[in-house]
Design a protein around this ligand. Structure first.
Ligand code: G
Ligand code: G
Ligand code: MN
Ligand code: NA
Length: 250
């Protein structure tokens, strides 16, 4: 309960920060995007994990202002980074349900002069559990404005595949639980291969999450995935580290 109260104040007190984890092209090893991941710098508790505060924010509805803050910060940061690099932002069901969500996103991009095609919104199956006309309309409106829509944690829910019928995603992010068993169980590679094939036949970019070893990178490259994300390339890091990365590049 105290955590909930502190969470409310944390936004106004500027205790949140956005970390970024690179999305990497498997063929070239180039950074093609950066996923924005919220962090809470608590004055006493230190860095609080989103695994702790995102569920509380969802329950209390605080995810709406928090999610908007993350999106706006991601747009401000993206404005300093090269134009070919995308930013990916997670969207919770609560946010999508706001009538003003699509216009809020478009205005955040415009205010920072960021091309909508540089923004990727990541939604999980829980968003589509409410497959309402209003939700689908919002997603279509965003997509019409140029924003890309990715299905996050693909394969963890019960109906990931059926949602591919209801909405034309631009990307699927294959959940890291599949990659963990590569090299141990032949079934794991077979399932990843099948999901990548599904994505390809639907014209969607495929990204594999949770790549921690060179062996895993080689395996998913061989299966034809487009992109990867994981500790092998980089942990999530502060925006200034990303700034340094691009300032140092020629
Ligand atoms: O950053 P970390 O790797 O610990 O993320 C833990 C979880 O919190 C992930 O499921 C991630 O999607 C979620 N998360 C992190 N930042 C945000 C955010 O800004 N909005 C939403 N909705 N979820 C987030
Ligand atoms: O749920 P979502 O995919 O949006 O959140 C990304 C989460 O995955 C974050 O908590 C991030 O810290 C975590 N993550 C990113 N790369 C790796 C990895 O290589 N291994 C593991 N175990 N977790 C990862
Ligand atoms: Mn995500
Ligand atoms: Na994910």
């Amino acid at each position: 309960l105290t955590l909930e109260r502190e969470l409310r104040d944390a936004l106004t007190n500027g205790q949140f920060e956005v970390f970024y984890q690179p999305l990497v092209d498997l063929g070239s090893n180039d950074i093609v995007g950066l996923e924005a991941l919220a962090r809470w710098r608590h004055p006493e508790r230190g860095l609080v994990s989103p695994a702790v505060f995102i569920p509380i924010a969802e329950e209390t509805g605080l995810i709406v202002p928090l999610g908007e803050w993350v999106l706006r910060q991601a747009c401000r940061d993206a404005a300093r980074w090269p134009g070919h690099v995308r930013v990916a932002v997670n969207v919770s069901p609560h946010q999508l349900r706001q009538r003003t969500f699509a216009t809020m996103v478009v205005s955040a991009l415009a205010e920072n002069a960021v091309d909508p095609r540089r923004l990727e919104l990541e939604i999980t199956e829980s968003v589509l559990l409410e497959e309402t006309d209003a939700n689908l309309k919002t997603l279509h409106a965003l997509r019409a404005s140029g924003v890309r829509i990715a299905m996050d944690d693909f394969g963890t829910g019960y109906s990931s595949i059926s949602y591919l019928r209801s909405f034309p995603f631009d990307k699927i992010k294959i959940d890291r639980s599949f990659v963990r068993e590569i090299g141990e169980k032949p079934e794991a590679a077979a399932i990843i291969r099948a999901i990548i094939g599904l994505g390809q036949s639907l014209n969607m970019t495929t990204l594999v999450e949770g790549i921690e070893t060179e062996g895993q990178r080689k395996a998913v490259l061989a299966e034809g995935a487009d992109e990867m994300q994981g500790y092998l390339f980089s942990h999530p890091c502060p925006a200034r580290d990303i700034d340094a990365l691009f300032d140092g590049a020629h």
